[in-house]
Design a protein around this ligand. Sequence first.
Ligand code: DAH
Length: 353
Amino acid sequence: MLQQLDLIEKEALAALQAVNDEVDLGGWRVAHLGRSSPLMKMFDQLGTLPKEERPSIGRRANEVKRALESAQTSRAGALRQNALLRSLQMERLDVTLPGRPIAHGRLHPVTQNLREIYSIFADMGFQVYRSRDVETDEFNFQLLNFPPHHPAREMQDSFYISGDHPKDNPVLLRTHTSPGQIHAMREYSATNPENPPPVRIILPGMCYRYEQVTARSEIQFNQVEGLAVGERITMGDLKGTLSDFARRMFGQHVRSRFRASHFPFTEPSAEMDIECFVCGGVGCPLCKRTGWLEILGCGMVHPIVLHNGGYNPERYTGFAFGMGPERIALLRYRIEDIRYFWTNDMRFLEQFI
Ligand code: DAH
């Protein structure tokens, strides 16, 4: 039996050498010191031994048990030490490695253009007025002097939310930012109906038209509307303000011109062109060989529109304008397809810092 105990000790210690982690060590403990391990079985058998053998075998069995326990403790310590060393080696922090670049967020190119437009008009004393995206036929058309069957409506096919007959005053997605003129004038004039205060605002926002989507037209786009109403505002103020805007936006030396046009809500109406910045006015494919690029529509606010906003047209005059920032960005950056703006392709968007 003494020999058997020697063998148990030898085998257990040899097996311990092969243990390499905490889980294995647990298994080793069960196998060699657990209830049904060979060593424990020896203890169980002690009672069956002749009396004179019991002390020496018992002593030896206890010795083996202590030896295995202390071997287990020191193996556990060694394993912990190894694990620590390994993690120190593998997870060593190399402070000389180059850092990982942090991706910079950036503003959408149209937002960048919008902000530039806001800041130019802010310098001239215009405030930003936010108006709703969902309108009624009345505000989108009628109060702006588009009667129910006016042909100018043809230019602005609409997304109807309810009905589509003007007489029923359907709800629709605004086709332009101009209805904001009525909301703003009514809000301002309500503060003092006898002497309405002057208005000097820009109205930015998304507009929607039921159109075929092409490289040049989208069903969704921004506009920035402008409105100035007061006493003695003239066409000279309109031209001065917009020419100054063009110089600040496109460069101090850019030339601009006004061409007669027609909008139901302005009289007289005009379109403003700037000299083509690609060819300098000589004529090129961008300006279709005219030397000019159209950037906005404008005019003196129609008396009916002033009246609909609560401003007496006998006393007040005003000018208004409307431009499309996507269109301006197309021209500025010479982008050939307007659809890029809302496709969310990072390869396109990342080009605008
Ligand atoms: N609302 C016009 C459109 O979408 C743009 C416009 C033209 C706005 C002339 C104006 C203006 O305020 O005076 O086509």
